[in-house]
Design a binder for this molecule. Sequence first.
Ligand code: SF4
Length: 157
Amino acid sequence: MSNGAEPQRTEPAPWFADGLRFECTQCGNCCTGPPGYVWFTKDEGRAMAEELGLDIAEFQTRYARRAIGRWTLQERKTEHGYDCVFLDRTSKPGKALCGIYKARPQQCRTWPYWPEIVRSERAWNNTKRDTPCPGMDRGTLVSADEIRIIRDSSSEK
Ligand code: SF4
């Protein structure tokens, strides 16, 4: 019997149907490496500025730059690579912390469940090896449904 509605399309079971584990070890590897971008929206910029007690104009001057028509955080060249300007390697010995953790942009919140990383098992394993991210495949199990939600919320980055 039909209710007259279009049949619902369900996404086929992904390769991560059993979920994927992730637990950050605070190594900082995902916040450094070759030059890159940490994109943020206007609202995220305001939130970071507020967290630092700055107005948005001062925040942009001190910590951000324009690239490809968008805002991204500045980087600092260090012995590790191009660190995010907010990566703090001194407060906790042996660890690399985010200096604006509570207000960090969506791009950072959704790592490593980015579309290009969870696209395939190979992409996931390559990212885990190349970053390298020791937090992938350890710790808390994140379900396939949660991964989809995180992945889809990160597609604006
Ligand atoms: S590379 Fe992985 S384990 Fe290291 S700081 Fe980033 S998310 Fe955490």
